[in-house]
Write a protein that binds this ligand. Structure first.
Ligand code: ZN
Length: 196
Protein backbone atom coordinates (compact mmCIF):
# COMPACT_ATOMS: atom_id res chain seq x y z
CA UNK A 1 0.00 0.00 0.00
CA UNK A 2 0.98 3.63 -0.42
CA UNK A 3 1.09 5.58 2.84
CA UNK A 4 1.92 9.12 3.87
CA UNK A 5 4.29 8.19 6.68
CA UNK A 6 4.79 11.05 9.15
CA UNK A 7 7.79 9.31 10.77
CA UNK A 8 9.57 8.89 7.44
CA UNK A 9 8.51 12.35 6.32
CA UNK A 10 7.61 10.91 2.95
CA UNK A 11 5.09 8.96 0.92
CA UNK A 12 6.27 5.38 1.18
CA UNK A 13 5.33 1.86 0.07
CA UNK A 14 4.45 -0.33 3.04
CA UNK A 15 3.02 -3.79 3.48
CA UNK A 16 -0.67 -3.83 4.31
CA UNK A 17 -1.17 -4.23 8.08
CA UNK A 18 -3.90 -6.84 7.58
CA UNK A 19 -4.61 -7.29 11.28
CA UNK A 20 -5.55 -3.61 11.50
CA UNK A 21 -7.72 -3.29 8.40
CA UNK A 22 -11.40 -2.69 9.13
CA UNK A 23 -12.50 -2.17 5.56
CA UNK A 24 -11.34 -1.33 2.06
CA UNK A 25 -12.83 1.23 -0.31
CA UNK A 26 -11.92 2.89 -3.55
CA UNK A 27 -11.82 6.69 -3.19
CA UNK A 28 -13.24 8.71 -6.04
CA UNK A 29 -13.56 12.43 -6.58
CA UNK A 30 -15.92 12.13 -9.50
CA UNK A 31 -15.20 13.59 -12.90
CA UNK A 32 -13.54 16.97 -13.12
CA UNK A 33 -10.84 18.65 -15.15
CA UNK A 34 -7.29 18.01 -13.90
CA UNK A 35 -5.71 20.84 -11.91
CA UNK A 36 -1.97 21.40 -12.01
CA UNK A 37 -0.21 21.27 -8.67
CA UNK A 38 0.94 24.72 -7.56
CA UNK A 39 4.63 25.32 -8.27
CA UNK A 40 7.19 27.23 -6.25
CA UNK A 41 6.94 31.02 -6.34
CA UNK A 42 9.48 33.82 -6.34
CA UNK A 43 12.35 31.76 -7.67
CA UNK A 44 12.14 29.11 -4.97
CA UNK A 45 13.58 25.71 -5.71
CA UNK A 46 11.07 22.96 -6.50
CA UNK A 47 10.57 20.24 -3.89
CA UNK A 48 9.29 16.70 -4.31
CA UNK A 49 8.33 14.55 -1.34
CA UNK A 50 10.08 17.02 0.91
CA UNK A 51 13.37 16.98 -1.02
CA UNK A 52 14.77 19.93 -2.92
CA UNK A 53 14.99 19.30 -6.65
CA UNK A 54 18.35 20.61 -7.79
CA UNK A 55 18.27 22.69 -10.99
CA UNK A 56 20.22 21.28 -13.96
CA UNK A 57 22.79 24.03 -13.50
CA UNK A 58 23.68 22.49 -10.15
CA UNK A 59 25.03 19.31 -11.75
CA UNK A 60 28.59 19.10 -12.91
CA UNK A 61 31.11 21.88 -12.94
CA UNK A 62 29.96 25.18 -11.57
CA UNK A 63 32.65 27.12 -13.35
CA UNK A 64 31.77 30.63 -14.49
CA UNK A 65 33.43 33.68 -15.96
CA UNK A 66 36.35 31.68 -17.31
CA UNK A 67 38.13 31.78 -13.94
CA UNK A 68 39.79 28.74 -12.36
CA UNK A 69 38.39 27.54 -9.03
CA UNK A 70 39.75 29.65 -6.19
CA UNK A 71 41.45 32.13 -8.53
CA UNK A 72 38.55 34.52 -9.09
CA UNK A 73 39.54 38.19 -8.89
CA UNK A 74 37.85 40.09 -6.05
CA UNK A 75 36.53 42.58 -8.62
CA UNK A 76 34.36 39.82 -10.14
CA UNK A 77 32.53 39.20 -6.88
CA UNK A 78 30.30 41.16 -4.52
CA UNK A 79 30.38 41.65 -0.73
CA UNK A 80 28.01 39.90 1.67
CA UNK A 81 27.86 42.70 4.21
CA UNK A 82 30.14 40.82 6.61
CA UNK A 83 33.81 41.71 6.87
CA UNK A 84 35.89 40.34 4.03
CA UNK A 85 33.23 37.92 2.74
CA UNK A 86 32.15 37.77 -0.89
CA UNK A 87 30.38 35.54 -3.42
CA UNK A 88 29.52 35.69 -7.12
CA UNK A 89 27.32 38.79 -7.44
CA UNK A 90 23.98 37.05 -8.02
CA UNK A 91 24.68 34.71 -5.09
CA UNK A 92 25.77 37.67 -2.96
CA UNK A 93 22.55 39.59 -3.69
CA UNK A 94 20.51 36.48 -2.83
CA UNK A 95 22.53 36.00 0.36
CA UNK A 96 22.00 39.59 1.49
CA UNK A 97 18.24 39.23 0.93
CA UNK A 98 18.22 35.92 2.81
CA UNK A 99 20.21 37.42 5.68
CA UNK A 100 17.77 40.34 5.91
CA UNK A 101 14.84 37.92 6.09
CA UNK A 102 16.71 35.92 8.74
CA UNK A 103 17.26 39.11 10.74
CA UNK A 104 13.51 39.67 10.66
CA UNK A 105 13.07 36.33 12.43
CA UNK A 106 16.05 36.32 14.80
CA UNK A 107 16.92 39.98 15.30
CA UNK A 108 20.33 39.84 13.62
CA UNK A 109 21.91 38.83 10.31
CA UNK A 110 23.12 35.34 9.43
CA UNK A 111 26.37 34.40 11.17
CA UNK A 112 29.05 33.71 8.55
CA UNK A 113 32.33 31.84 9.04
CA UNK A 114 33.35 31.21 5.43
CA UNK A 115 32.32 32.15 1.89
CA UNK A 116 34.61 32.42 -1.16
CA UNK A 117 37.74 30.39 -0.54
CA UNK A 118 40.89 30.94 -2.57
CA UNK A 119 42.82 28.02 -4.03
CA UNK A 120 45.60 28.64 -1.51
CA UNK A 121 42.98 28.64 1.26
CA UNK A 122 41.61 25.30 -0.01
CA UNK A 123 45.12 23.79 -0.03
CA UNK A 124 45.67 24.99 3.52
CA UNK A 125 42.30 23.66 4.75
CA UNK A 126 42.75 20.31 2.98
CA UNK A 127 46.12 19.95 4.70
CA UNK A 128 44.51 20.57 8.07
CA UNK A 129 41.26 18.60 7.59
CA UNK A 130 41.61 16.14 4.66
CA UNK A 131 38.54 14.17 5.76
CA UNK A 132 36.32 17.23 5.84
CA UNK A 133 37.58 19.66 3.20
CA UNK A 134 37.03 19.31 -0.53
CA UNK A 135 39.97 18.35 -2.74
CA UNK A 136 41.64 21.70 -3.60
CA UNK A 137 40.24 23.13 -6.82
CA UNK A 138 36.87 21.41 -6.50
CA UNK A 139 35.19 23.25 -3.62
CA UNK A 140 32.05 25.23 -4.34
CA UNK A 141 33.60 27.80 -2.00
CA UNK A 142 36.22 28.23 -4.73
CA UNK A 143 33.49 29.20 -7.19
CA UNK A 144 32.16 31.82 -4.79
CA UNK A 145 28.92 29.83 -4.51
CA UNK A 146 28.99 28.40 -0.97
CA UNK A 147 28.85 29.70 2.58
CA UNK A 148 29.48 28.18 5.98
CA UNK A 149 27.12 29.50 8.62
CA UNK A 150 27.22 29.75 12.41
CA UNK A 151 24.97 31.27 15.07
CA UNK A 152 22.94 28.06 15.44
CA UNK A 153 22.75 27.01 11.77
CA UNK A 154 25.89 24.90 12.32
CA UNK A 155 23.83 22.37 14.33
CA UNK A 156 21.03 20.17 12.96
CA UNK A 157 17.71 20.63 14.75
CA UNK A 158 18.12 24.19 16.00
CA UNK A 159 15.51 26.89 15.23
CA UNK A 160 18.15 28.65 13.11
CA UNK A 161 18.82 25.49 11.06
CA UNK A 162 15.07 24.89 10.70
CA UNK A 163 14.65 28.44 9.43
CA UNK A 164 17.25 27.79 6.74
CA UNK A 165 15.58 24.53 5.70
CA UNK A 166 12.23 26.33 5.43
CA UNK A 167 13.44 29.52 3.76
CA UNK A 168 16.80 29.13 1.98
CA UNK A 169 15.17 27.73 -1.16
CA UNK A 170 13.25 30.98 -1.62
CA UNK A 171 16.61 32.68 -2.14
CA UNK A 172 18.14 29.96 -4.31
CA UNK A 173 20.26 28.43 -1.53
CA UNK A 174 20.17 24.75 -0.65
CA UNK A 175 21.76 22.30 1.72
CA UNK A 176 23.42 19.68 -0.51
CA UNK A 177 22.33 16.12 0.16
CA UNK A 178 25.90 14.91 0.80
CA UNK A 179 25.91 17.19 3.87
CA UNK A 180 22.60 15.90 5.21
CA UNK A 181 22.36 13.71 8.33
CA UNK A 182 23.36 10.11 7.64
CA UNK A 183 25.04 10.78 4.29
CA UNK A 184 28.59 10.37 5.52
CA UNK A 185 29.74 13.98 5.68
CA UNK A 186 27.34 15.86 7.90
CA UNK A 187 27.86 19.60 7.53
CA UNK A 188 24.79 21.52 8.74
CA UNK A 189 26.71 24.77 8.30
CA UNK A 190 27.43 24.34 4.58
CA UNK A 191 24.93 25.94 2.15
CA UNK A 192 25.27 26.47 -1.58
CA UNK A 193 23.78 28.85 -4.06
CA UNK A 194 22.07 26.82 -6.76
CA UNK A 195 20.85 29.59 -9.04
CA UNK A 196 22.30 29.63 -12.53
ZN1 ZN B 1 31.43 24.78 3.37
Amino acid sequence: MLAADARAGAVVVRSLPTDQVLGVGRPSLGGRAPVAAPGPAAGALRTECGNTVYPPSYDGARQWGGYPNGLIPPSAMCPLGAAGHSLRCDAAAAYRAMSAAYAGAFGGPLCLTDSYRTYAGQVRLYGEKPALAAVPGTSNHGWGLAVDLCGGVETFGTPQYAWMVANAGRFGFLHPSWADPGNGREEPWHWEYAGS
